[in-house]
Design a protein around this ligand. Structure first.
Ligand code: X2X
Length: 354
């Protein structure tokens, strides 16, 4: 066999090449596309930018991340963000559990009306067994989850009147997004929900085609919804949406172990910073966020425990229906964590995380 030796040599050469150049089989991209829904000025945007900056610096430019706000990589359709991420159309994202709930039904957990009771209960869920289980669901879909951030507790705003009871919501046209759970909640409260993207919502609010919306107050302030007639805000903390720092699986696998560690550590640091910003009650002008709203002519309504209970009661059937859809076991665990079952929740202080 005259060419046997030749083949052997090629084999050795190939083996050496692949040993010496482990990266060559999976070249790094010149730029990685990262999707977020809101713009860079929100805590969500700032935390994401910090992640990108730390990664670029610590990898000496090997991993260059470019932010695409407005879910621009999916034409603004934020509910398609997760599938685009799975398909590799998007390399990385920091996305809301609300937007990804169509792909991961368990993410509807955070949108069960009035399940959560403040930051401590939210942390008990994300930082405990339930959070780990949810990350496994993300992994199963070919996406690598790295850290929990937070959009925040979502408050109701509208242009018509102060909302103190379900009766006040009758006929109110409220923009919602993500999953039919929100249609059910607002229908149960007598309002008229309208599903649309965040980009479309801002236009519809400006053109007065809808009356209201629900978002964390940081998002409300970022786009100054008070300037488009959203003059009433009810603080009801009915749901909160965490955001998840993730990387597409093929992209993740293409990086060296050292770079993966850098990306993961930076995600955890950026997420901690992001959560702090999302929970900040004071603005850079030193004024409290709620005082500032009032000073801008927004009427802020805080519910008494009795008033809040009426919203809880009115949405109970929706909670029961969606508990079954999310998964009873998971919701039971989340309820236990909220109720301070120490075997699940551990001690999480407001504003801090491990
Ligand atoms: O669209 C919204 O309401 C926002 C920005 O909060 C989300 O992406 C879930």
């Amino acid at each position: 066999m005259p060419n046997q030796g030749w083949r052997g040599l090629v084999g050795v050469a190939l083996a050496l090449a692949s040993f010496a150049l482990p990266v060559a089989a999976h070249p790094y991209k010149a730029e990685y596309a990262l999707s977020i829904v809101p713009d860079a000025g929100t805590p969500w945007g700032k935390g994401t930018q910090l992640w990108a900056d730390m990664v670029r610096e610590r990898t000496h430019g090997r991993i260059n991340i470019r932010l695409h706000p407005g879910a621009a990589l999916v034409g603004g359709d934020q509910t398609r963000e997760f599938s685009a991420l799975r398909q590799g159309v998007i390399d990385m994202a920091v996305g809301s559990t609300i937007n990804w709930s169509s792909a991961i039904p368990e993410f509807n957990l955070f949108s069960l009306p009035f399940l959560l009771r403040g930051y401590r209960s939210l942390d008990a869920i994300t930082q405990g067994e339930v959070g780990r289980e949810l990350f496994r669901r993300v992994e199963e879909q070919g996406v690598v989850p790295l850290a929990w951030g937070e959009n925040g507790f979502r408050q109701l705003s509208n242009s018509r009147r102060a909302i103190r009871s379900p009766e006040d919501m009758r006929g109110l046209r409220v923009r919602v997004v993500g999953s039919l759970l929100f249609n059910d909640i607002f229908t149960a409260l007598g309002a008229v929900p309208a599903q649309m993207t965040w980009n479309d919502a801002m236009r519809a609010l400006r053109e007065r085609k809808i009356d209201g919306q629900e978002n964390p107050i940081t998002v409300f302030n970022n786009v100054r919804l008070d300037t488009v007639g959203q003059r009433f805000v009810t603080v009801w903390d009915y749901v909160a949406d965490p955001i998840v720092f993730v990387v597409n699986r093929q992209v993740w696998d293409s990086w060296t172990q050292q770079d993966r560690d850098i990306v993961r550590d930076a995600a955890m640091e950026a997420a901690r910073f992001e959560v702090t910003l999302a929970r900040e009650d004071f603005l850079s002008n030193g004024r409290g966020i709620w005082d500032d709203l009032a000073a801008r002519g927004v009427k802020v309504t805080r519910l008494t425990p009795e008033q809040r209970q009426r919203f809880v009661d009115a949405t109970r059937p929706v909670y029961a229906k969606w508990k079954a859809l999310v998964g009873r076991d998971l919701v039971d665990k989340a309820e236990a964590a909220v109720n301070g079952d120490t075997t699940i929740g551990k001690s999480h202080e407001v504003g801090f995380r491990k």
